[in-house]
Each structure stands twice: as C-alpha cells, then as structure tokens.
Write a protein that binds this ligand. Sequence first.
Ligand SMILES: [Fe+2]
Length: 245
Amino acid sequence: MTTATTSRPTTQAATANRLDLYVGIHKALRHFMTDTLHSVGRMDTRDSADLARTLGQFEDLMTLCEQHIHHENDFVHAAIEARQPRGAARTAGDHVEHFAHIEALRAEARGVAQADDATRPGLALRLYRHLALFVADNFQHMNVEETQNNAALWAHYSDEELLALHHRILASLPPSETMEVMRWMIPASSPAERAQILGGMQAAAPAPAFQAVLDLVRPHLDDGAWDKLARALGVPQQPGLVNVR
Ligand SMILES: [Fe+2]
C-alpha cells in the first residue's frame, strides 16, 4: 500500500491553519451521500413519483461523484504527483475502483426502475445495501485524502499556491455543478464556513448569481442558521428587510 508522506514532520498545531482544499467539498459529498442513502432506504417502490424523485437524486449523486473524481485527478492529484512522485497513488487507485462501482450501481438503479411490482422491492433493497457500501468506501477514502493527501500538499505547496489551485478548480466548474455543490455544502458546513464560502461568492459573483445561491440554500437552513448567515453577509434576514447591518 502506497501512502503519501510528508518531506518533513508536521504537527497538528502546525497544520491547523493551513488551507484545506478538501473540507468543503467533502462535507458536501458526505451530506449528499447520506441523504441519498436514506432516501433510497425509505423509497416507496409502488409510488411512481417517489421512485422517479429518489432515483433522480441517486443519478445526480453518481454524476457529482464522477465529476469530483475527475477534478481531484486533474487538479489535486496532479499537483501532488508534480512534487511528490506517486504521492497520490493510493487515492488514485481508489478512484479507478469508484468509477467501476458507480457504473455497477447505475445498472442496479436501472434494474429497479424497469422491474415489475413483485421484484422491485428486492432490487431496491439490494441497491440500498450496495449504495451503503459505496458510501462506506468513500468515507474511508475521503479521510485518507484529508490526512495523507493534505499532508503532502502542505509539505510541498504554500497556502498561496493552494489558493490559486482552488481558484483554478472553481473556475473549471459549470454553473450547474456549482449550484449542486452549494445545495449540499452550505447546509453541511459550520456557520463560520458558510460565511466564508458565501462571503467570497458575494464579493466575486454577479449579484443575481449570488442571490440564486442564497435562494437555493435557504430552504435547507433552519431559522437560527439563516439568521447567523444573513448577519454575516449583511443580507435581509426576512423578506422586506433591507439590511441588518
Ligand atoms: Fe477522491
């Protein structure tokens, strides 16, 4: 087993304030994965609307997982390998398995959609179990990335370089993918993280695009979380209020 190693020792205290490329997107993925797993588990296989909605969310998750793997391969793993050859070998190997796992799950989901009423419950339960194993694999994998891959990035790159890499990743995303990520990332993040992510977007994005993100995430935040976010961003806490600052 190949592991990413640092060229010099780093302590938790020394790395606590380093720029973390993984934390936000991985919180989004953990949220999206667990929500979808629960949705598949409680799906009413005799309700065509529930079936279509749940399998649609499942396919959206598979698509985002594929896109995420490509971004990590093209940007993050490439950066690690450029300064630490084979430093990303372990998680790159995981990615090959994840692509195959995604295709197998998609085939099972098609089987659920096409099944008759008698066989659909059994196939749905199989999909639920296998999606759970995919989620479990990804939870293990993301922890390796957040520890070993981050250690490699922090050993070989400055925060300024990592921030530039982060901006290149963000610039490569189509708007639809950015919106999908925000829908899951913002509710899964801490108040301070939400304020930082959306504050950056507020400063850089056109006002209508920023408003669209707020409208997207608002239904997924409780009132207390929304109040904290609105205060941090200086936007109305309730419709009709101009500014809370
Ligand atoms: Fe990964």
